[in-house]
Each structure stands twice: as C-alpha cells, then as structure tokens.
Design a protein around this ligand. Sequence first.
Ligand code: NAD
Length: 436
Amino acid sequence: MKVAVVGTGYVGLVVGACLAEAGNDVACADVSSEKIDGLRKNQLPIFEPGLDTLVERNQEEGRLQFTTDVGAAVEASEIVFIAVGTPPDEDGSADLQHVLAVAETIGDHMNAPKIVITKSTVPVGTAEKVRRAIAGRTSEKFHVCSNPEFLKEGAAVEDFMKPDRVVVGVDSPEAAEIVGELYAPFVRTGKPLLFMDIPSAEMTKYAANAMLATRISFMNQIAELCEKVGADVTLVRKGIGSDARIGSAFLFPGPGYGGSCFPKDVKALIRTGDDCGVSLDVLKAVEDVNARQKRRIFEKLHEAAEGNLHGRRVAVWGLAFKAETDDMRESPAIDLIQALLDAGATVRAHDPQAVDNARHIFGGRIEYAEHAYDAVKGADALAIVTEWLEFRNPDFGRLKSLLKTPLIVDGRNLYEPARMRQLGFRYIGIGRGEGA
Ligand code: NAD
C-alpha cells in the first residue's frame, strides 16, 4: 500500500520504517528540514535500538522516502498517518495545533479518496475535528480512523513489529478492511486487532497510560512506606507481582515517571475529566505523588550530606528518562540536576545516549563525562537515575577508589544493599534499608 506518515519523530519514524519493512511504499514527511536531510543520509535524529538498520535497508530498497513536502507525500498515498506531537497546552490539555495543521494540509492535497489515521495521542473528539478540518477543504471521499500507538521508546521497533494488540477506531467497515490489511503482517501471531468506535479508541490510549502511571505512583508510595516501617519494597514487589490478578510488570519504584507520554497524557486526561465535570481524583493524586517522587533522590543526597550540598560534587549516572533511549523529555534527571545546582553542588553526568539532549537543557552548567567512571572521579556521591545495563554490574572496587566518599543514592535499586555495605559503600535505594 502507499502510505504517508506525517511527523517523523519517535513514533512517526518507527511507524514509517516498520510499515516499509512490511513491503509498503512509505513517505515520511516532516517540517524539520534538518531531520529530513539527516534521514536521507541514514542519520537518525533519535536513538532507538534497531531503527537505523530498518531505515537504511528500506531507503536502499526504495520503499522508504523522506520529504519536507507534506502535500506531495499526501497526494502520493492511499493512507495518511498523522504522527505529530501533541504537547500539553498551558491548561494541561493536549495542544492540537500540529494535528489540525496537518489535517488542513491533507484537505488541501486530497487528490483521491484516502484513509486518514490519527496516530498521535489525542483526546476524544479529535478525529472529528480532523474530519471537519479536511472536509472543509475538499469534496473527495475520505475516512478518518483513530489508531493510537502503544510502542515503548527503547523497544519501539519490537513493539511495533510484535504488538500486544492494535487498537483501531473506525467510521466504516471499508476503513476497517483496509486498515486490517495494513496491520495483518503484524498480528500474525494471533495478537488482537481490536476494531472499535473512534471515541473508545481515543480513550483507550489515555486510559492505558493513566493506568501505568498509577501503578508507578502507587509503588512509589508503597516504597516510601516500606522505608518507614523497615520493609524492602523489592521483596514486596515480588510478593504482590506473583498474584496473577496484579502481574509483575510495571511495579518498580523509582525516581518518578517521565518521558514524553505519561506526564502529558495523565495531565490531558485530568483536563478532559474536569471539562466533563468528572474530577479524576486518583489521577490527580498520581501526579502529586510523582512530582514529590522526582525530588526523592535529591532529598536523600541532601540528607546524607547533612543538609549542605554547597560545594559538593555529585556524579549522575543516567540522564534519559529510562534506559535504551536518548529522550530526556520530563526526565527525573532534569529535576535532580536542577535541585543540585540550586543547592550549590556541582554535577558531572554520564549517559550512554542522552548527553546531546542534556547539553540543550543544561549547556555549560554541568560537566559531561564520556565514560561512567570519569563521572565519579573525585565525587562526594553518585546518584543513579537511569537503569542502563552498563550501570548494573560495575567494577565496585574501581568505583570506590574513584569516589571521594563511597556514597551511592540509587533511584533504580540496581544493587543488593547487604553486598554494597560489605563492599564498604553507604548505599541508599528507594523503599529499602541500607543493608544491615
Ligand atoms: P516527536 O516530537 O518526537 O515528533 C513529532 C514530529 O512531528 C517532529 O519531528 C516535528 O518536527 C513534526 N511535526 C510537527 N508539526 C508538523 C507538521 N505540521 N507537519 C509535519 N511534521 C510536523 O513526537 P513523538 O514522541 O513521536 O510523539 C508523536 C505523538 O505520538 C504524540 O501525540 C505522542 O503522545 C504519541 N506517542 C508517543 C510515544 C512515544 O513513546 N514517544 C508513544 C506513543 C504515542
């Protein structure tokens, strides 16, 4: 099939490359000529495991093209995905200006019947707004579908290729048939392709992210309580996760959720609720807990430094909001580093992929280390924010000799407290004791 994907970010690029890999002719369009120029040379604007290979192979085989000419991409396609950003507006609602701008461009370039699919995460009612924006500019026949994306950054290619499910909100059986054909190669293992009405599809995405964010905030509060009562949250997590009704995924306490989705989607759903007279109190608490959690590593460092971090040097391992991505949007590392700087500490940070993005945020206000061990040289403490594999089994002897004070505050509970104590570290995790 001939497909256009408008918006070539974390989602659009993965969608475009994976659809090309399945044999479709795909044009990825973006307003950023810098991104498009780079992509034409197989230079990816983001880090996402396995994506570079897909982009290179499919460009080489002529199934994947990159363009800044959104109109031309639309004209050449039967199916158009809208995958542009939907950042939070000032009041927390999703800002639809990019989605609707693309809808207008689509309307202006409707040279034949097409299926328009909203892939961006958008509130209930957006597909209708897209429909109206297009209909106002063309008399061609078209369908609008809502097909929210559930991929996880860091495993995005795998998630798109082998989804747990594909959700599609449709306005007609014809649209369902065509979208069904497009997705057939990805659900051959029997995973469900769920067709539903459009508002339900739009709501499903927000409900899924809100549920996941709720699990995280819930576990972060249980972790806080564990610290007070002398329990170990890592054991409690295993204890509850083995209950089939609960399941073991997404029960890890940590430095607070970040990324481009959970914070904005929880906010947008709360806003939708308020607009409809439904106060989503659970989610309001989820947000409050998360805002507090994002200060926890700093508070632990502050307490360990007896309330005075002025002039202290802190090493930070991990800048990305989670492992296997370079994405720093809403990363807990930003809150930590800002709090450390405000307290007069100096920071030297290392991340395998996110340093370039960190430079955009902090510029010369912090130091960047190319290697993890360089970051800790002469530091008064090490703070671990991201659960990158390379941090999981370090040379503890080397670490201890490089640190000025053997203090580690671990926002990801990567190590065993008792062992760390034996090795001579003061090791402070989340929701557990210090390994008596
Ligand atoms: P992104 O910021 O990485 O990419 C958006 C792209 O759209 C940018 O490259 C931007 O230049 C381009 N763009 C903006 N306006 C445009 C226009 N008028 N015409 C053409 N291109 C335009 O965003 P993202 O992380 O890929 O997210 C896109 C959407 O997908 C959001 O709604 C997000 O909530 C949703 N989503 C994201 C993820 C994720 O993990 N990042 C997962 C699922 C869903």
